[in-house]
Design a protein around this ligand. Structure first.
Ligand code: CP
Length: 380
């Protein structure tokens, strides 16, 4: 997979993997997202946004369960006036009559101007984006395609909202935005925050839980690797299915990113328990849907209690360290208990709402109306 295959000049044609985004593109997306969120505060701003793409239609092809990604993409489409239709249940599609997924996708491109797809099949979005490229080359109808999660492989738009949340946390102030709400303001007043370098650079980011099967971890780690001075810590059970996969480790090594593999919050980094040492913590759910029967015994032997972020652990974290989670969290596993939700560092609900703004910004980029938004923003 090569980023240029899915670009047209300096624009993204298809969004397939997180490595397509540079820090400069991420900053531009964050600026567009900030403008959309501010314009959305007024009726006039909402009307302007809704008129931008009211002549466009999107297909949301989600054949794997989703709450946040599906609904935030739908809300993002509505913000920009795009009409949405959906296929969520494959049993209602003609694939049950033997139609291939590629024929289905090609049909969508006949009726819609954009395809947003989630699938349990790894790399399906990538293959479909290549199909669109082939159609384009042969002069046939082809539309942009956005990967909303593929197998255990990639979830690039989740990584965009994770980055946007971190940008808002570590950018000290958003010149075009309101201060960011009480919670973010409280975080910015915390001891140690003022000593940080502005932006995402020069920080230690930790991921905890099911690292091996978490597509959000893979996509976000590759985006963070593009920033200077970043260290990545992966805290997971020492189990072949759960620890960081070799291919990701290699890609991070190729970028010169220091990677630390630890098996608990108490393991040491720089001579202290890692829980006390990180600048941002990304918790994840154990993805039981990917369990193989042959792993049942070895999985059952894992001391899962070690991977729950208890209020006692939160009390030992740096006072400014944001806690993120792509969600859903697992109420049975309890990787983040609800007692943590009111802590100013708990960013996960804010993170989910950020998904709507940054996905709207991404749609504006792909459908080429982001410059119109900026012009309107600065002229009014
Ligand atoms: N984070 C995420 O992808 O959530 P959903 O599965 O609910 O879309």
């Amino acid at each position: 997979m090569k980023a240029p295959d899915f670009q047209r000049g300096d624009r993204l044609r298809h969004v397939v993997f997180s490595g397509q985004f540079t820090p400069a593109m991420l900053s531009e997306l964050a600026e567009t997202a900030d403008m959309i969120r501010l314009l959305s505060k007024s009726r006039g701003g909402q009307d302007f946004l809704r008129n931008l793409l009211s002549h466009r239609r999107a297909m949301l092809y989600f054949t794997q369960p989703s709450t946040r990604t599906f609904l935030s993409f739908m809300a993002a489409c509505q913000i920009l006036g795009i009409t949405c239709n959906e296929v969520r249940d494959p049993s209602t599609s003609s694939e049950t009559k033997g139609e291939t997924r590629f024929d289905s996708i090609r049909m969508f491109s006949s009726y819609f101007d954009l395809i947003i797809m989630r699938s349990p099949v790894a790399k399906l979005a990538e293959s479909c984006a290549y199909l669109m490229n082939d159609l384009e080359r042969s002069g046939q109808r082809s539309v942009p395609l956005i990967n909303a999660g593929s197998g255990a492989d990639e979830h690039p738009t989740q990584a965009l909202l994770d980055i946007y949340t971190l940008q808002r946390t570590f950018n000290f102030e958003n010149p075009r935005d309101s201060p960011g709400g009480d919670k973010l303001e409280r975080l910015r007043q915390m001891p140690g925050y003022g000593d940080l370098t502005k932006g995402l650079e020069n920080k230690t980011y930790a991921f905890c839980g099911d690292i091996g099967r978490g597509r959000t971890v893979r996509s976000l780690a590759m985006l963070l690797a593009a920033y200077e001075g970043v260290r990545l810590v992966f805290i997971s059970p020492d189990h072949p299915k759960l620890r960081i996969r070799e291919d990701l480790k290699q890609r991070l090594a190729d970028r010169g990113v220091p990677v630390y593999e630890l098996d608990s919050f108490e393991a040491h980094l720089d001579g202290k328990p890692v829980i006390e040492q990180v600048d941002a913590l990304y918790m994840t759910r154990v993805q039981k849907e990917h369990d193989d029967p042959e792993d049942a015994e070895s999985m059952a032997a894992i001391d899962t209690l070690k991977y729950r972020l208890t209020p006692e652990l939160v009390a030992r974290m740096r006072l400014y360290t944001p806690i993120l989670h792509p969600f859903p969290r697992d109420q049975h596993f309890g990787e983040i208990p609800p007692e943590v939700d009111d802590d100013p560092r708990a960013m996960y609900f804010r993170q989910a709402r950020n998904g709507m703004w940054v996905r709207a910004a991404l749609l504006a980029h792909v459908m080429d109306v982001d410059h119109a938004i900026a012009r309107h923003f600065f002229e009014t």
